[in-house]
Design a protein around this ligand. Structure first.
Ligand code: BGC
Length: 735
């Protein structure tokens, strides 16, 4: 539609219709014979509130959404199409590994391709917008939603944010192209830092820390063209983001220039009452629109109050018009006025969803994101020898994580299937060993799962131990339950359940060649696992093709490609522990003599168990010293930093070469080091290649004491190596 016609449309809409555009409800309400129950009924929404709602969320399927669209448009006074939104977080039905694992791939170009496939599947099934990516930087693995983040590095998170958005929206951001969907970057801002890792807790972050760490991925998402942004649920420094005008209007729209649509988080407008900043739904609506929330997701606040707030003069109609203009513009950018189905159809769905190409890409992504944390000569497995696969994850299809809301479990490849189908598992045997959980109750989306003790508990254990005794090598597939990570799944103790650890100890006692495969939605405390395992492989939650991708790596068809993108803590007492923390006075030198008045714990180490960037491969790499093209750099100049990497091992593998920068002196305290570059080099045994990086002025910029973003003169060190601990560095001065 031409802009002029869109303006005309806006002018002709009644206030009630305009408010409708700003209301989002679950799709089920707009289905024929919809009966309003569940959270919607709890929220007090009625069929009447939903009649003019401009967007729906949470359901998919071309036929289903077409029917809703047809019925809705016919009844709508101006026949404006509905926007169909949903959480497609790491795939629609072909689930890729969870975002934390995708971050660990250190390969934005592969992630972009994967999200292009996710978009194609989602669009074929009638969706227009996804609530993704989640670009919240994270440091506290107790928080269950770290599974949805890319990790602790602003730079890596920013690259992944761009990759996601390009994947969904295409390189040129032309949303009308069939097969594309609009992105919604979330959550603005600081949701990834809930105090003590407790879900929905407030966050306390200085402006300096927000700018240095939490904003770069958000800025990358905005610059990449994200169509929407979701303000965060929680309060930031005492003010709920939903009602925080300085954050939404001044920072997001003003400083960062975001022009798209903002959507509240689920019922977040209504929650302003529980947060204690609004007296009632009416005041909540007023605060939210004044702060800048365009769409109210699933609360009655806008639907019930906005019209009256405008009519009584408490809210300027201009604010409503601006929000509706942005919403209509998004619908127009998606081409919905011409094709309200956005190219979706049951045929397109059949062609696209779970197609061979997508499944193959998902399988490759598993190998590329699997982190090999330890390997004392047991991997890859020798297919000629007997391997006992033991553990509750051997046959589990529950490996896609809590956000895989559209998956069909039957499509997931289990570890047993992956092994038997890869053609190398002839000498493999399979045993359950135990359940994932015992004597526990877990709550999911409206489901409660209760796990008792199986009657044959001892027998399962005995059988597993016997098999371990007979085998050359044991692969133990263990981990936390999928419902123990994700939203509303914070944990105080981030360990593998005790009875699974008992299985590990019993197995290791009869066969030390134990490869532990850890399924989890977060970096767990693996201290004890490390003690009993000869090898540790972390797929996190690997998605639809998990079993196949893990088998590829176990049998050496592919080398594991993952690198730690969120530090694995030595123990919970260290949390938050991350590689890019600020320099302190009295730094601790673990290699030095015993020291007291230094920045350390008395009883536990400072360093995590597995640091950022770390991950083994089946190759073995050596690095030349860092070469710099000069030892000085002036304004606007660039230096070249390079190393030669050689695979001295016996297998072909990809090394993820990482560049870290350390600002030796500045007007504000700087991180000890920061990731600023990476390159994937695939090398055959004996092969050498150069990894060349540009060190630009932009990379040196920091927020100074006056709140300016600039490069300050002084000394810098560039480190290039296999992980964040590398000491392979060279210095230069910025003039
Ligand atoms: C989450 C959002 C999500 C929304 C819609 C909320 O609970 O915080 O990230 O997009 O639900 O499902």
């Amino acid at each position: 539609m031409r802009e002029q016609d869109l303006r005309e449309l806006l002018r002709s809409m009644s206030l009630e219709e305009k408010v409708g555009q700003m209301v989002q409800v679950t799709g089920a309400f707009l289905e024929e014979d919809a009966v309003i129950t569940g959270p919607a009924a709890d929220a007090g929404l009625t069929a009447d509130d939903c009649r003019l709602a401009g967007s729906i969320l949470g359901i998919a399927g071309a036929k289903r959404l077409r029917e809703i669209q047809d019925r809705y448009m016919e009844a709508h006074p101006h026949h404006i199409p509905l926007l169909m939104m949903a959480d497609v977080i790491h795939g629609y039905k072909t689930e890729f590994p969870i975002p934390l694992a995708l971050g660990a791939s250190f390969r934005p170009e592969a992630v972009e391709r994967a999200m292009g496939m996710a978009a194609a599947e989602a669009a074929s099934a009638g969706l227009h917008v996804t609530f993704s990516p989640m670009t919240d930087l994270v440091r506290d693995p107790r928080w269950g939603r770290v599974l949805e983040s890319f990790g602790e590095s602003p730079w890596l998170d920013a690259r992944m944010a761009e990759a996601y958005i390009r994947g969904y929206q295409g390189e040129d951001n032309d949303l009308a192209v069939p097969g594309r969907i609009a992105a919604c970057d979330k959550h603005f801002v600081g949701y990834g830092a809930p105090v003590a890792g407790r879900e929905y807790n407030h966050s306390e972050l200085s402006e300096h820390t927000i700018r240095e760490y939490y904003l770069p991925p958000k800025i990358a998402a905005i610059q990449a063209g994200t169509a929407c942004v979701m303000p965060a649920f929680q309060s930031l420094n005492g003010i709920p983001c939903t009602a925080y005008g300085k954050i939404q209007r001044d920072l997001l729209r003003g400083d960062l220039g975001f022009e798209g649509v903002t959507i509240s988080d689920w019922s977040a407008v209504g929650e302003l009452v529980a947060q204690g900043v609004a007296e009632d739904a009416r005041e909540a609506a007023k605060l939210a629109i004044q702060a800048g929330v365009d769409i109210d997701m699933m609360s009655v606040c806008y639907a019930r109050n906005l019209k009256d707030l405008v009519e009584s003069g408490e809210v300027e109609e201009r604010l409503v018009d601006e929000a509706v203009w942005r919403i209509l513009t998004l619908k127009n950018r998606l081409g919905l006025f011409e094709d309200p189905y956005h190219g979706s159809s049951p045929e397109a769905e059949r062609r696209t969803v779970l197609c061979r190409e997508h499944r193959e890409a998902a399988r490759e992504m598993v190998a590329d994101s699997l982190i090999l944390l330890k390997n004392e000569g047991v991997l890859p497995l020798n297919p000629e020898k007997k391997t006992a696969f033991i553990g509750p994850y051997v046959d589990s299809r529950d490996t896609c994580g809590s956000w895989a809301i559209f998956q069909d479990r039957a499509d997931t490849v289990t570890l047993r299937e992956g092994v038997t189908e890869c053609g190398l598992g002839e000498n493999a045997e399979f045993f359950q060993g135990c359940q994932v959980l015992e004597n526990t109750r877990v709550l999911g989306f409206g489901v409660e799962e209760v796990f008792g003790e199986p009657e044959n508990r001892e027998e399962l254990l005995r059988e597993a131990v016997e098999a371990a005794r007979r085998a050359d090598t044991v692969v133990l597939a263990l981990g936390e339950h999928t419902l123990q990570s994700g939203e509303a799944s914070s944990r105080g103790e981030i360990v593998i359940p005790a009875h699974q650890m008992e299985l590990l100890r019993r197995v290791a006692a009869v066969n030390p060649r134990v490869v532990t495969v850890v399924y989890a939605g977060r970096p767990l405390d693996l201290r004890e696992v490390e003690r009993y395992s000869a090898a540790i492989l972390v797929p996190f939650l690997p998605g639809t093709m998990g079993g196949a991708g893990i088998a590829d790596v176990l049998y050496g068809r592919r080398s594991p490609g993952g690198r730690v993108s969120m530090s694995f803590p030595w123990g919970t007492g260290q949390i938050p522990v991350y590689h890019n923390d600020y320099s302190t006075g009295r730094p601790y030198d673990p290699a030095g003599a015993e020291q007291k008045f230094v920045s350390r714990y008395l009883d536990i180490p400072n360093e995590p168990l597995y640091p950022f960037g770390f991950g083994l491969t089946y190759g073995s790499f050596t690095y030349s010293p860092v070469r710099l093209s000069g030892d000085e750099m002036g304004a606007g100049e660039t230096l070249t930093a390079s190393v030669t990497v050689t695979n001295t091992g016996a297998m072909e593998a990809t090394e993820k070469v990482q560049l870290y920068l350390r600002d030796e002196k500045a007007t504000t305290v700087r991180p000890r080091r920061e990731l600023k570059g990476m390159k994937a080099l695939r090398l055959k045994p004996g092969e050498s290649r150069e990894a060349v990086f540009a060190v630009t002025e932009e990379m040196l910029k920091i927020w100074d004491r006056e709140g300016r973003f600039l490069a300050e003169p002084g000394a810098f060190t560039v480190y290039i190596g296999p992980d964040s601990r590398t000491e392979n560095g060279a210095g230069f001065r910025y003039r």
